[in-house]
Design a protein. Structure first.
Ligand code: MN
Length: 195
């Protein structure tokens, strides 16, 4: 876990994104997840899971789906500080990730099999290393079991797949996350133009 990459990429005198406030990893009773809709050079969704006080992060170009048939590509990116979970705003032109960030969904999540937060945290880090996370999301939009699975190949890869498990929250209808973006969304209002 390191925020070096996060800090190196950003100029905090220009971007309103949160600077890390170094603090000891605190194991809380709940773990946070957040999905930010990010209109940068390309619209994508940033999927973030709290682990050991930082947010493990994946960029999901097509956005998440509640249909178990969909395997949504999720590119693992640098860890983000915990405070990023409540960030929404405009990253000025010329800066890393320039564009608009808004919160699309937020809530808590659990390890699928381990409910004790401390044990879950440790297992999640192991699962992350092994390239296979099985979690339960408790968000406004996303609920139930999901898997994040690292793609296998000869070369090292940052490519994972985000897949909904079949459960009471799954749908067999086609799912487009854009349909669940409120009409008063900042990005929709700005006409999806490049900033
Ligand atoms: Mn992003």
């Amino acid at each position: 876990m390191s925020l070096v990459s996060y800090k190196t990429k950003r100029n905090f005198s220009e971007t309103p994104e949160p600077v890390d406030h170094p603090k000891k990893a605190v194991v809380k009773k709940t773990l946070m997840f957040v999905i930010q809709r990010h209109q940068a050079s390309h619209l994508h969704y940033d999927f973030r899971l709290e682990m050991e006080g930082v947010l493990k992060s994946w960029a999901v170009p097509k956005g998440p789906s509640l249909n178990p048939k969909d395997k949504r590509l999720a590119m693992m990116v640098e860890d983000h500080p915990y405070d990023y979970g409540s960030f929404a705003g405009e990253i000025p032109k010329g800066n890393y990730g320039a564009g608009i960030v808004e919160i699309w969904d937020k809530g808590t999540y659990e390890h699928m099999d381990i409910k004790d937060p401390e044990k879950a945290n440790k297992q999640l880090l192991k699962d992350l290393k092994n390239g296979s996370l099985k979690i339960v999301l408790k968000g406004e939009k996303l609920k139930g079991e999901f898997a994040l699975v690292k793609m296998k190949g000869d070369k090292p890869t940052n490519s994972w797949l985000l897949i909904k498990h079949q459960d009471e929250y799954a749908t067999n209808e086609s799912y487009n996350s854009e349909d669940y973006t409120p009409a008063d969304s900042t990005i929709v209002k700005k006409g999806k133009k490049k900033v």
